[in-house]
Write a protein that binds this ligand. Structure first.
Ligand SMILES: [Mg+2]
Length: 368
């Protein structure tokens, strides 16, 4: 059957500039992969954040890798099942977002061809996924409290506060005083060392759900030491970059919880493998984001239906970050702060052809 792959870069404005360490991004750029086979299309997304805030990859580097290596390789290969795609693409190392995009499109395509939702292909059950909100660093406590208030009204099931030295204990104390015993956690994005032990001992008194990534990604021994000194569970995010790092963290008892990000580890199959191991080791698990547009978010949500994803996801409503999205329907929160994946094959959400056209800024086509 004739197969065509369409590579697109889409660009959608952020609702407000996304503040990152080296400036602010006004638009979210993602590379969207469409695989057309016969009458059916499957979609995948590579959505690294502009400016390399969370990763070295960019939309441009993802595009280049897809164009030059991954798509030509995929076109020459025969896959009996989409679970074979990820391991095959792993033989071309680097650019995990690009691999995740092509693999995600392969899963979505086969799901649509066989009329199966991804959750069923993963051997899971459909269920609503609890959604949590992540709130950045502000200049004043008043601004922070106003945001927390707003997102609690939206119904998010837990509130995550980004912290850094100088913005940690006071914001948490202020939130506890104002909002009481809400489900609350902090994310340090690697900003501390063991020299800040007393900060974490103070934070330990606020009954937080977890401390996400207090130390640098490779500081696995130091994480284990901190975990021995506090009762709040530690969560690995930046440290959870591969199966090998997960093994090491289990061996050292570095953390009690892991944040699995599909794009960071090169796709759904790799993420599934990490989930299997973490679940077997008794770790708490949740699905993180980079954050992506709706295509990659939706595919991650299917993975998060697996038992053992027992903390709220970072996937938020589409309108939280973006003025629009290309998925139809948009991702929304139910009354109770859950995301309900729409029924339907593949990722459930459809790609809106008109919006895809509207937001595309670059396009290239490959045919077998
Ligand atoms: Mg994080």
């Amino acid at each position: 059957m004739k197969t065509t792959i369409v590579l697109r870069k889409v660009s959608i404005p952020f609702r407000e500039p996304f503040r990152i360490s080296n400036g602010a991004a006004a638009r979210k750029d993602s590379v969207i992969v469409e695989i057309r086979r016969g009458e059916v299309s499957g979609f995948g997304e590579a959505g690294p954040l502009t400016g390399g805030a969370y990763s070295a990859e960019t939309a441009e580097s993802s595009w280049d890798r897809l164009e030059q290596k991954l798509i030509p390789f995929w076109m020459e290969s025969e896959f009996a099942h989409p679970a074979e795609v990820g391991p095959a693409l792993d033989t071309i190392p680097g650019e995990p977002f690009a691999r995740a995009a092509l693999e995600g499109a392969s899963w979505d395509l086969v799901g649509r061809e066989t009329a199966l939702p991804l959750w069923r292909m993963f051997g899971s059950q459909s269920r609503p996924i609890e959604s949590g909100v992540a709130i950045g660093i502000f200049d004043t406590l008043d601004e922070l409290l106003e945001r927390v208030d707003r997102y609690l009204r939206d119904g998010y099931r837990r509130t995550k506060i980004k912290i850094q030295p100088g913005w940690d204990v006071e914001p948490i104390r202020a939130i506890r005083e104002r909002f009481g015993d809400i489900p609350l956690m902090v994310d340090a994005n690697t900003a501390y060392t063991l020299d800040h032990l007393d900060t974490f001992q103070e934070l330990d008194r606020f009954g937080l759900m977890m401390f996400e990534q207090p130390f640098p990604a490779n500081a696995l021994h130091e994480l284990a030491e901190l975990q021995r000194q506090v009762k709040t569970p530690l969560c690995a995010d930046e440290s959870a970059e591969s199966q090998q790092s997960l093994e090491k963290m289990i061996e050292l008892a570095s953390v009690e919880i892991i944040n699995i990000k599909v794009q960071r580890v090169g796709g759904l199959t790799n993420a599934r493998r990490m989930y299997d191991r973490a679940h077997q080791a008794g770790l708490g698990i949740w699905l993180g984001t980079m954050p992506e547009l709706g295509v990659a978010s939706a595919q991650g949500l299917h993975l998060a239906t697996l038992p053992g994803f027992n903390f709220p996801t970072d996937v938020e409503a589409s309108e939280r970050w973006y003025v629009d999205d290309i998925v139809d329907p948009l991702i929304t929160l139910s009354e109770g702060g859950h995301i309900q994946i729409p029924d339907g094959p593949g990722m459930g959400y459809r790609v809106n052809a008109a919006k895809l056209e509207q937001y595309t800024v670059q396009r290239m086509e490959f045919s077998s």
